[in-house]
Design a protein around this ligand. Structure first.
Ligand code: GLY
Length: 276
């Protein structure tokens, strides 16, 4: 069996977390009206923008090029660019968001992907919906959680597209009441996943090494491995310490304002290495 950590140590490039590029979008003033499951108050825009700047600086610190798109006032949730596309080395797939107020965000992203990729496809079925917050790409497969935002039709259409590029897709389930699959999990390396116990209890990570979020720190499950860094939401010390003890280079980023809109580290960027 391939030892991924050994391969990583030997300098093998891991396509699931080694990236040359990221795309972000500035938080609009309208973000105070962003979607949320529970209203805990409007986000503080100045603090949100300061956290966003820290996030971009962390991505850039790994040597990546970050395409920083301007705010889109017509779309309050448009800072959460991840939901608009799935980016793979072979090509990009424009999503079809299941939240009606977010549907137009995908078309806004498409030209920026076409500028970087030769092959850009799209989920187009009128009844098909999928948001990339429900997609976890590992070194060996693509997991997609069926959720209130991603339905069977959207997942099936995506499976057909990525099959052309040689990827297997496995449908799993986002826990009830949880916004996206990746609200509750993150890839840490080729075979290690950070996850809440409620998600891993479903058995969807069989074959992977799982590090659980500490009790009471479930909201820290949405982190990102980006090159040699793990960008991790500030305020979850037990889980942070567990990741550091496991050998990861962790950088904490403030997420208090995006959290009010159910957003986290993965939501704020598209991460990729285009080769098409
Ligand atoms: N506020 C992020 C979302 O609900 O899509």
């Amino acid at each position: 069996m391939l030892d991924w950590r050994d391969a990583e140590l030997k300098g093998v490039v891991m396509r699931s977390f080694s990236y040359t590029h990221a795309i972000t979008r500035q938080p609009p003033a309208s973000a105070i009206h962003g979607l949320r499951a529970v209203d805990t108050g409007a986000p503080d825009l100045a603090r949100m923008r300061a956290h966003h700047a820290d996030y971009i600086a962390a991505l850039k610190s790994t040597g990546a090029t970050v395409v920083e798109l301007p705010a889109l006032e017509a779309f309050p949730d448009s800072l959460f660019v991840e939901d608009t596309a799935l980016c793979l080395p072979e090509g990009a797939v424009v999503m079809r968001p299941g939240a009606p107020s977010r549907l137009g965000e995908a078309a806004e992203m498409a030209p920026h992907l076409r500028a970087l990729y030769a092959d850009v496809r799209a989920v187009t079925g009128a009844e098909n919906f999928i948001e990339a917050g429900d997609i976890l790409t590992t070194e060996t497969e693509i997991l997609v959680g069926r959720s209130a935002r991603s339905n069977a039709g959207g997942i099936a259409e995506l499976a057909g597209i990525v099959a052309d590029w040689g990827y297997g897709l496995r449908e799993v389930h986002t826990p009830p009441g949880v916004l996206h699959f990746k609200t509750d999990c993150s890839l840490l390396d080729a075979d290690t996943i950070l996850a809440t116990e409620r998600l891993s209890a479903s058995g969807c990570f069989k074959g992977y090494r799982v590090i659980h979020t500490a009790a009471g720190e479930e909201a820290s499950a949405n982190a990102i491995r980006f090159n040699d860094l793990v960008l991790f939401p500030a305020g979850f010390p037990q889980t942070r310490d567990a990741l550091v003890a496991a050998g990861y280079r962790v950088q904490e980023i403030g997420n208090s304002e995006c959290a009010k809109l159910d957003g986290g580290m993965s939501c704020l960027s598209l991460r990729f290495t285009p080769c098409g």
